[in-house]
Design a binder for this molecule. Structure first.
Ligand SMILES: [Zn+2]
Length: 143
């Protein structure tokens, strides 16, 4: 078990390195900003919350976030951390917020305006929109 968990943590660490590297590389190429949800301390749903899974998930998120922040700082890319509440339930078009917008796990369908799309893509649009609001008018140090 100990050996297995070591292997798993190396896998998660390696994955965090690869993902953070790609995100910062992409942001640098587009001269853009990186935005992410502040998931620290948030309950990730009752099913994920149970037992070790939650601890594991919050730990891997913390690791990924610190890798992104470290790499972004080196590359001079701003990182904006946003409030994660309802990013998966809010419609980026009409801003209706209801859990009914997510009748299926992987799909988003707005019951107000009919916007329909892949759930992660819709959530990422909400993250982008919230980050855009949080951007300072005068460019400066984001860290
Ligand atoms: Zn809508």
């Amino acid at each position: 078990m100990k050996k297995l968990s070591g292997k798993e943590s190396r896998f998660v660490r390696n994955t965090s390195h690869v993902i953070s590297s790609e995100i910062v590389h992409e942001a640098k190429g587009n001269s853009s900003t990186t935005a992410m949800e502040n998931l620290e301390g948030i309950r990730m749903g009752t099913t994920v919350m149970k037992g070790k899974m939650y601890i594991h998930n919050s730990w891997s998120f913390h690791q990924l976030r610190s890798f992104i922040e470290y790499r972004a700082r080196e590359a001079g890319i701003p990182v904006i951390v946003i409030d994660p509440h309802n990013t998966s339930r809010e419609c980026p078009n009409c801003h209706a917020i209801t859990r009914k917008n997510r009748s299926e796990r992987s799909r988003f369908r707005c019951i107000s305006c009919g916007l329909n799309g892949e759930a992660d893509l819709i959530a990422s649009l909400n993250i982008r929109n919230r980050a855009a609001v949080k951007q300072p008018i005068v460019a400066g140090c984001y860290f």
